[in-house]
Structures are given as C-alpha cells and as structure tokens.
Design a protein around this ligand. Structure first.
Ligand code: GRF
Length: 194
C-alpha cells in the first residue's frame, strides 16, 4: 500500500451538531498512513456540541456557525471551506439541511450517514418507525448528498437485526456501533476511485 503523507492527502471537513462519535471514527481513520484524507476543519452549528472535544483533542481547526440566518451561515461556511481548500465534506450528525445552491457547489463531494436502510425511513425517528412497523432489520447507510433529503446515491449499507425486546434507544446504540465502522469504509471506497 502507498504511504500517504502531508500534502498528498485530500483536505476534508466534517460537519456536526452533537455527540460526534462518527467524527471521532473518521478522525481515527484519517490518521492511518493509507488513508487519503486529512481532516482540516470541523464545522458545528452548535457551540456546545460534544463532538468539538474530538476536534480540540486532535488539534483540528473548528468553527461554530450560528444558523439564525441560513443564508449568512452558509456564506460563512463557504468562506472557511475555501480558506482551508476543502475538497470533500462529511456530514456526521449535522442537523441542518444544506441549501440546493450549497450542494451544487460541492456536487458529489458531500457524504452523509443516516441511521436506516435507505430508501426506507428517510428523515427523523428512524428507529421508532422501523420498530413500530415490525421490521426484522434496520441499519445504516452512507450516501452522497443530493438536493432531495436522504435520497442521494448509496455508497455502503450495513444491516442490523431488530429484536423483539428492542427499544428505539437499544436499537440506536447497536446501529451507532455499525455507523462508526461503516463511515470510514465508505469514505475509503469513494476516495480509492480518485
Ligand atoms: C447518527 O446516528 C447519524 O446516523 C445521524 O446522527 C447521529 C450522529 O451521531 N445522522 P454522532 O454525533 O456521530 O455520534
């Protein structure tokens, strides 16, 4: 395998809103010699997002952006992305919807993780909806972001069994463990083609 260092890596940003376990796993993956990514920037729409701890620990540049005005927020974000020469964006629990205009600027360069087996259960409350519908499986999906919510091309999915005793919380916890493994794999899959 080729050892990638410094400038030969692709500059990427991770957008978060909360806990940040997916950010943590992407950061861990980025440090591998064989990984093609360098996380140069973390964007959060919440000042107190727990995930910012991981940016700080890893000495990654981070910005918190107020979303009171979406247009202004995106102008700010684009400015930071440009400054850091960001080529790819990974959404990791980012709870804001990006505008069509923003998505066009990064066509096929924005990736998201969603806690269901898309195209099933787009949007929120995926665990509860899957349990209520007596599904045998749910899971997670890493996909490209398109202008339609949770509808872009699927990169990778992982199935997770739903048990009779599952609550939304127990299912969410089991899916999260798989998400944290799946996201780096999906990034690797996309970037190995570049
Ligand atoms: C994950 O379940 C992800 O699928 C969803 O938001 C959650 C983020 O978790 N989009 P974390 O902040 O990465 O721990």
């Amino acid at each position: 395998m080729v050892k990638l260092i410094g400038k030969s890596k692709i500059s990427c940003a991770v957008f978060i809103s909360g806990r940040g376990t997916n950010l943590k796993s992407i950061l861990k993956f980025s440090k591998k010699n064989t990984s093609k990514i360098n996380i140069k920037l973390v964007i959060s729409n919440r000042r107190n997002a727990h995930g910012l701890v991981f940016a700080k620990k890893n000495k990654i540049n981070f910005k918190t952006i107020s979303y009171k005005n979406i247009k202004k927020a995106e102008i700010q974000i684009l400015k930071h992305l440009k400054k850091n020469k960001i080529k790819f964006i990974f959404l990791a629990g980012f709870m804001k919807i990006l505008s069509k205009n923003f998505i066009k600027k990064f066509k096929n360069k924005i990736i998201n993780i969603h806690p269901s087996l898309l195209p099933k259960y787009k949007g929120l409350n995926t665990y509860k909806r899957a349990i209520n519908n007596r599904e045998k499986f749910s899971g997670c999906t890493v996909h490209f972001v398109s202008e339609k919510l949770d509808s872009g091309k699927i990169i990778l999915q992982k199935k997770v069994r739903i048990f009779k005793f599952d609550t939304a919380e127990s299912l969410a916890n089991r899916i999260l463990l798989q998400e944290n493994k799946l996201y780096p794999k999906a990034i690797n899959k996309v970037l190995s083609k570049i």
